[in-house]
Design a protein around this ligand. Structure first.
Ligand SMILES: [Zn+2]
Length: 417
C-alpha cells in the first residue's frame, strides 16, 4: 500500500517522473475488447481504473499499466479486414511507400502488429518481401492464409536484435495503431532503432492527441491504449532512441491520426519537412506544452456525458426504440462511462462474426448481425464507431424507409435525419 501522494499513481512510463496530474478520469471500466459470451453472462467481470494522467515533465498523456498486455492481446477480436475503408487506407499507404522510398523485390517491409495481414498483403501482391509481427495468434493465422509470413510474438529490443542478427533488418517498418498499445515504450522504440537499416524509414500511425482534445474524442481512451501522443511528445520519445522524425502527415483515420516518419538521426539524406515544423508550431500554439491545457479537458468530457444522457432520456420517455450500430472498443468506453445499458440501447449490430452472439463488456448489450436492424425497425440508430459514420450511414441508409434517424455521440450528441 502506497500512501505518499507523489507516488500513489505510479511513474511516467517514458521518463519515470511521478504522475500527479489527471487528464481525465473515466471511472472503472472492463477491458473494451473482452466481449462476453452467453455462458459467462452470470460471471463476474474484471473492471479496471480508466484514469489518464499527463506527465508534467515530458507531457506524455498515459494510463498506468493496470492490465498485463498478454491478457489483452492473446485472443484479439479486432480483425482489420472487416473495415473496407481501413483496408483501402492501407492499400494507398503501400503504393505511396513503394514509390517514395523505391521499394523493390530486394527490400524488406516489416509491420509491427500486422493483425490479419490487411496491409502487408498489398506488398506481397507486388512482389515486395514482408514480415508480419503479431502477438494475437488468432489474427496471425488469418494473415498466414493471405500469404503474409507472420511471427506470433511481442515486439521489443530483444526480438529486434535477434532479427538483425539473422540479417533481417528492414527498409521500411510500419506500425499502425501499435505504439500506443505497448506500455514498455522504451524497449519498443529501441527495437525499432535496432531493426531499421541505416537508411531505412519507419512510419507509425496513431490517433493524434490534439484532435482527441479539440474534438472531444474521449471514448478513444481504453485500457488497450496506454499512450495518447502529440507530435511533440512522439518526437521526444524517438529522439531519446536516436531516431529523428523528419516528416508527418495528418490523416482522417480514427477521427484524426498522425503518420510520423522516422529515420536514424545520422541519415541526413532525409531532411526535416516543412509540414513537420508547421505541426510542431501548431501544437505549441494549442498549448500542448502547458499543464493547464491538459487539466481543463475533464470538464468537457463530463459535459458530453450529460448531453448524451439527456438526448437518450428524452427519446426513451417519448417511447422511442434505439439500437446501436457497431461494437467497437470506443463504444464500450462511451457506454460504460455514461452508464448506457440495455435500458437505453436494445441491442447493437456488428459485421464481425466473432462479436455476433456475444454481449458488450460491462453493459451486456447483445450484439447481432446487421440484418437485425431491418427485422426490428428501430426509431434511432446510435453510431458507436463515429469515425466510420459516413460509410455506415450509406450502408444502412435503408433505415430512412421507416423514418428512422441516426444519432452521433461525439463530439457531442446530435441527431442526423
Ligand atoms: Zn514523462
Amino acid at each position: 500500500m502506497q500512501t505518499a501522494h507523489s507516488s500513489m499513481y505510479g511513474d511516467c512510463l517514458f521518463c519515470g517522473t511521478p504522475l500527479r496530474h489527471t487528464f481525465v478520469d473515466l471511472g472503472m471500466s472492463p477491458l473494451c475488447e473482452s466481449y462476453v459470451s452467453p455462458a459467462h453472462l452470470n460471471s463476474m467481470e474484471p473492471f479496471y481504473p480508466l484514469h489518464v494522467f499527463v506527465c508534467e515533465k515530458c507531457f506524455l498523456v498515459q494510463l498506468q499499466e493496470y492490465v498485463n498486455p498478454a491478457d489483452i492481446f492473446s485472443e484479439y477480436a479486432y480483425f482489420s479486414s472487416y473495415s473496407d475503408s481501413w483496408v483501402e487506407h492501407a492499400r494507398r499507404y503501400t503504393v505511396l511507400m513503394e514509390e517514395r522510398f523505391s521499394l523493390t523485390a530486394a527490400s524488406l517491409v516489416v509491420e509491427l502488429a500486422s493483425n490479419d495481414g490487411y496491409l502487408l498483403q498489398h506488398f506481397v501482391k507486388r512482389g515486395i518481401p514482408v514480415l508480419g509481427i503479431e502477438p494475437a495468434a488468432n489474427v496471425a493465422r488469418a494473415a498466414e492464409e493471405r500469404n503474409v509470413p507472420t511471427l506470433v510474438e511481442f515486439f521489443d529490443d530483444k526480438m529486434a536484435r535477434r532479427l538483425a542478427a539473422e540479417g533481417r533488418q528492414a527498409d521500411l517498418i510500419a506500425g499502425n495503431n501499435v505504439l500506443a498499445q505497448v506500455p514498455s515504450v522504451n524497449t519498443f522504440v529501441e527495437g525499432i532503432r535496432i531493426l531499421l537499416k541505416p537508411e531505412g524509414v519507419v512510419t507509425i500511425e496513431f490517433p493524434h492527441l490534439m484532435r482527441l482534445m479539440q474534438e472531444n474524442q474521449f471514448d478513444t481512451i481504453y485500457h488497450e491504449h496506454f499512450f495518447y501522443f502529440s507530435f511533440i511528445a512522439a518526437e521526444k520519445v524517438f529522439a531519446s532512441h536516436g531516431l529523428t522524425l523528419f516528416d508527418v502527415e495528418e490523416l482522417p483515420t480514427h477521427g484524426g491520426s498522425l503518420r510520423i516518419y522516422g529515420r536514424h538521426e545520422k541519415n541526413a539524406k532525409l531532411p526535416l519537412t516543412d509540414r513537420a515544423k508547421e505541426l510542431r508550431q501548431r501544437e505549441l500554439n494549442a498549448g500542448l506544452l502547458k499543464l493547464e491545457t491538459y487539466e481543463s479537458f475533464e470538464q468537457q468530457v463530463r459535459q458530453t456525458k450529460r448531453k448524451l444522457l439527456a438526448l437518450l432520456g428524452d427519446l426513451k420517455s417519448k417511447g422511442k426504440t434505439i439500437a446501436g450500430y457497431g461494437a467497437p472498443g470506443k463504444g464500450n468506453t462511451l457506454l460504460n462511462y455514461c452508464g448506457i445499458r440495455h435500458d437505453f440501447l436494445e441491442y447493437t449490430v456488428d459485421r464481425n462474426p466473432y462479436k455476433q452472439g456475444k454481449f458488450l463488456p460491462g453493459t451486456h448489450v447483445p450484439i447481432y448481425p446487421p440484418e437485425r436492424i431491418r427485422e426490428t425497425k428501430p426509431d434511432y440508430i446510435l453510431i458507436l464507431p463515429w469515425n466510420f459514420k459516413d460509410e455506415i450511414m450509406q450502408q444502412i441508409s435503408f433505415i430512412r424507409e421507416w423514418g428512422a434517424q441516426f444519432i452521433i455521440p461525439i463530439p457531442e450528441a446530435r441527431i442526423i435525419p
